[in-house]
Design a protein around this ligand. Structure first.
Ligand code: PLP
Length: 453
């Protein structure tokens, strides 16, 4: 889901205002009357009405990103599934949007499948992931009649075959292959060892053995291959390299077994702008590199072009979201740093402590002022590593200000916790000048709902 960011230069005040943060904010963001607005809603008013901490998601940005993927993949090839990776952010409201935009859904647990079922998501558009799906989860998938299960191990394949045979089902499966190409943010790395808990390594012959077994086993309909080479990828040549390797493998499968591959799923991973200097590739360029890349490689090997799938998560929702907090205290440690403490922290955004992730922040009620100081935005948890933003250029803060952390739409709410028995923030969707709760804020009763006393 992420990797430590590249080392960043020491932060200095950048004198940029909220106007200059548009590349990391939702597409509807504006600075008006000194305040930050998203989706036609004043974030300062929203914070007053909804309370903080709160996640805010811009529906227009989510729909735009999904439709860009559909547009720029199917522009190059008629049969491409855009499979939203639900792990990035999942709620019933989100799933309704994904279904509405004609996309498929990647679920990675029984819980995510349960959300999809509750949302009425079409089950034939579900792709099931996970490196250790339990027998119960596999049964739930078969009973729900999911579209495809991405098989990750020999044990799982045998289990699934037995369960599907018992039910008289022929379940479509993809096999997750580790192509030995790992994406670096700016390039790719060839990894001969394929040291990964995910999938079947190609170099050791495991992937070919898995394909042969999947073809033979009853109850399984071998549909094709899946790979996922990393996340927050800026260099499109990483995808090209992996496609070259996996299509070569498809040619080997054809040569050794005579069986064609009906589908190739190249996973997710497109990077997004977390910081002002970040310049990720566009979805348009990504679509061309991936889809045209597969077509070209298939042509090279004389193969029929398969149906394709891409699985974006972060690039759909990250920039659609922000988190609003209230500044509770400001601690200036002379000659060292200033800590600005907010009413949330590692429980609603673990990425900074986990991956050393970097974010831009601004004071939503001073959005048109320059960010003339550098401060560390700290959470309220009992960990000194509980930092939300390290060295953030910021407008001079006051207690009670509304602090907005940008680009928190992916892997924040979905990785949130109740550490320190903190209630999780709710999620608000904004659209066309209005807002609604998509997920309400937790209560203390919610914290105790599983306690048996
Ligand atoms: C199998 C798979 N597909 C898709 C994704 C989504 O990746 P991203 O959010 O980087 O687009 C992930 C993320 O880890 C993944 O593991």
């Amino acid at each position: 889901m992420g990797r430590p960011s590249a080392p960043r230069p020491p932060a200095t005040p950048d004198l940029k205002t909220g106007h200059d943060l548009m590349s990391v904010l939702p597409m509807t963001a504006q600075v008006k009357d000194g305040h930050l607005w998203i989706g036609g809603v004043d974030m300062v008013d929203l914070a007053a009405e909804a309370g903080t901490a709160v996640y805010v998601m811009d529906e227009a940005t989510i729909r735009h990103q999904l439709s860009e993927y559909v547009k720029w993949t199917t522009y190059h090839w008629k049969d491409v599934d855009v499979v939203y990776a639900g792990k990035a952010f999942m709620s019933l409201a989100m799933l309704k949007i994904v279904a509405d935009e004609g996309c498929c859904l990647d679920v990675s647990s029984g819980g995510e499948l349960a959300f999809a079922r509750r949302a009425g998501f079409p089950m034939d558009r579900i792709y099931v992931h996970g490196n250790n799906k339990t027998p119960v989860e596999l049964t739930e998938c078969l009973d729900a009649k999911v579209g495809r299960i991405v098989v990750d191990s020999f044990e799982e394949m045998d289990r699934l075959s037995a369960l599907a045979s018992e039910r008289g089902i022929n379940q479509k499966v993809l096999l997750r292959v580790t192509p030995g190409v790992e994406a670096d943010t700016h390039d790719f790395i060839m990894t001969g060892a394929e040291d990964s808990k995910f999938g079947f390594g190609r170099n050791q012959g495991l992937a070919m053995a898995a394909v042969k077994r999947a073809i033979e086993l009853p109850g399984l309909d071998f549909d094709g291959l899946h790979m996922h080479i990393g996340s927050q990828i800026f260099a499109l040549n990483s995808f090209s390299k992996a496609i070259e390797v996996i299509v070569e493998f498809i040619a080997e499968i054809k040569a050794e077994t005579g069986v064609g591959v009906g589908m190739l799923d190249t996973g997710g991973g497109l990077g997004i702008a977390y910081g002002i200097p970040d310049e990720p590739s566009t979805i348009k360029d990504y679509g061309k590199v991936v889809v045209d890349g597969i077509k070209a490689e298939c042509e090279k090997h004389g193969l029929t072009v398969p149906r394709m799938a891409v699985e974006p998560g972060r690039s759909i929702v990250a920039n659609a979201g922000v988190t609003l907090y209230t500044v509770g205290s400001i601690k200036e440690i002379p000659n060292i740093r200033t800590y600005v403490a907010v009413d949330g922290g590692m429980s609603d955004n673990i990425r900074t402590s986990l991956y050393d992730a970097h974010y831009e922040a601004m004071i939503a009620n001073k959005a048109d002022r320059p960010r003339e100081m550098v401060a560390t935005v700290a959470g309220k948890h009992c960990e000194s590593g509980d930092i939300v933003v390290n060295d953030a250029p910021l407008q001079c803060p006051d207690v009670g200000d509304i602090l907005c952390v940008c680009a928190t739409g992916a892997y924040c709410q979905s990785m949130s916790s109740n550490y320190n028995k903190q209630v999780r923030p709710g999620v608000v969707f904004v659209v066309d000048g209005g807002w609604r709760w998509a997920v309400r804020r937790e209560t203390y009763d919610d914290l105790m709902k599983c306690e048996l006393g």
